[in-house]
Design a binder for this molecule. Structure first.
Ligand SMILES: Nc1ncnc2c1ncn2[C@@H]1O[C@H](COP(=O)(O)OP(=O)(O)OP(=O)(O)O)[C@@H](O)[C@H]1O
Length: 453
């Protein structure tokens, strides 16, 4: 049964609607506004009722209105409008015609767009923020196009999907971990565990327990619950043994046995646990040299060296130097809100520098250049030479008056000072300079270099 809706009900219904309703006669005189109209526009009914739209526009109540155009064209119109109060509304107006097509009324629906526009603004702001964060992210993806890095990229793709051990070699900061990541990402073990162990960072006494796990109470200080080892954690996935050259000799034989048998027994345990792990190893030592010196087991060396990948130092990859410098400049400009540019000669300076710390050092230098420069500065070749502690060009010639001994001392002082400054400790400086820690200390004393560690 159809219910008859009374005229009074229509008014009530209109007042309950969320959108604003504005009705005028055929000449644009306001006949009716509902409650939502006042809520949305902030205009009380008295301000508009019985007034002509054209007058309301002259008064500045509406910045634009569609009613006059609907009266002229007798066609529906949609538009965005702004009320004096600053509120933005979407207005959709329709003409009401009689049987002969004469205009009788104009009905305009007002939809509050403030929330939507607000949401749009917030969305745009979040998108900007995401873009900003994306730029800030120090990518772990391999960057490099040089002829020297091309064979490395080819090898990554050849070996990624094979279950063979890869030995990554190269100087410190050259990107061994980045390459290990690339191998993992391109392998079918991608998505499975990828565990990285830095053999140099864990004290030798704890390394065995970390790698192979231990049973409850197996040694003083051990957790009462025991602990799962890295091999078990990496099961079905990939394990990166970083700085493998630092692994104590006595652990090397156990490691070899475990890799060959593909099963591990926890420290203090008796049960052997099977695992299926793809092994990647990395080192900045010359492992074969360690073998010759009796510091690395020959059998383990051959077991790890199934597929060696040597990553060339940055100084041999001059095209990559420019690429990486631009990449890091972009990142740190975004991070520190600056627009610093490099003079093209800076890249030439970078290409003549030796980069003992390789890409890590380049990254740090670019960050330092950005931090220490004014917002819009163009970095000159000289400034970059200074920050790299490089001799100004042609000053080597002026050392003609010095004896060979003095020149050697001068160079030694510079190199040791820089290594200490860049790497922070005599141990690390010694590793980079490939001399013993005690030689670094002795030389520093002789050359009167202050040591802080
Ligand atoms: N090809 C590359 N593209 C982009 N960034 C790189 C590349 N290679 C290295 N890096 C960056 O340089 C830094 C050092 O890289 P990584 O840790 O992989 O070097 P490493 O050879 O493993 O060093 P170490 O021997 O000291 O452990 C990291 O911040 C890394 O993101």
């Amino acid at each position: 049964m159809d219910e008859v809706i009374e005229a009074v009900d229509y008014k009530k219904i209109c007042d309950e609607l969320y959108d604003g309703i504005y009705i005028s006669d055929e000449e644009g005189k306001t006949l009716y506004v509902n409650k939502s109209y006042s809520r949305i526009t902030g205009l009380a009914p008295d301000l508009v009722l019985n007034k002509y739209v054209s007058d309301l526009m002259k008064e500045g109540l509406y910045k634009n209105a569609i009613t006059p155009d609907i009266i002229k064209t007798k066609k529906p119109i949609n538009a965005m409008a702004e009320i004096r109060t600053g509120v933005k509304v979407l207005i959709s107006g329709s003409p009401i015609l009689d049987h002969e097509g004469n205009l009788k009324k104009v009905v305009v629906i007002n939809r509050d767009m403030s929330d939507l526009l607000d949401m749009q603004e917030k969305l745009a702001a979040s998108q900007n923020e995401i873009e900003h964060l994306r730029k800030l992210q120090i990518t772990n993806n391999l960057i490099g196009k040089s002829d020297e890095i091309q064979p490395v990229i080819r090898m990554i793709h050849q070996v990624a999907n094979l279950d063979v051990t890869v030995l990554l070699t190269g100087e410190t900061g050259v990107g061994k971990e980045v390459i290990a990541n690339e191998i993992y990402m391109n392998s079918d073990k991608h998505g499975k565990p990828f565990i990285k162990v830095n053999c140099a960072a864990i004290p030798a006494s704890l390394l065995e327990a970390e790698l192979f796990g231990y049973e409850a109470g197996s040694f003083t200080g051990a957790s009462s619950k025991g602990k799962i080892g890295m091999f078990e954690l990496a099961d079905k996935g990939t394990l990166l043994l970083d700085e493998i050259g630092e692994m104590p000799l006595e652990l090397q034989s156990k490691l070899l046995r475990i890799i060959q048998e593909k099963e591990v027994t926890r420290v203090g345990g008796t049960k052997s646990i099977k695992f299926d792990v793809r092994i990647l190893a990395a080192t900045n030592c010359d492992l074969y040299d360690l073998v010759k010196k009796g510091k690395f087991r020959e059998d383990l060396y051959y077991r790890l060296n199934v597929f060696p990948i040597h990553i060339p130092p940055l100084r041999h990859r001059s095209t990559d130097i420019e690429l990486l410098a631009k990449h890091y400049l972009d990142i740190y400009n975004t991070k520190y809100g600056k627009q610093i540019v490099f003079d093209c000669e800076v890249y030439e300076v970078f290409k003549t520098y030796k980069w003992p710390g390789n890409i890590r050092e380049l990254q740090n230098i670019v960050e330092r250049l950005v931090i220490t420069s004014e917002k819009h500065k163009k970095i000159s070749a000289e400034f970059s030479r200074n920050i790299l502690n490089m001799e100004p060009e042609n000053t080597e010639a002026s050392t003609g008056e010095l004896s060979l001994k003095e020149i050697i001392e001068k160079v030694e002082r510079k190199v040791i000072e820089k290594a200490l400054k860049d790497y922070g400790s005599t141990r690390k400086a010694a590793a980079v300079l490939k001399i013993s820690q005690s030689s670094v200390v002795k030389k520093a004393k002789k050359l009167e270099i202050r040591i802080s560690d």
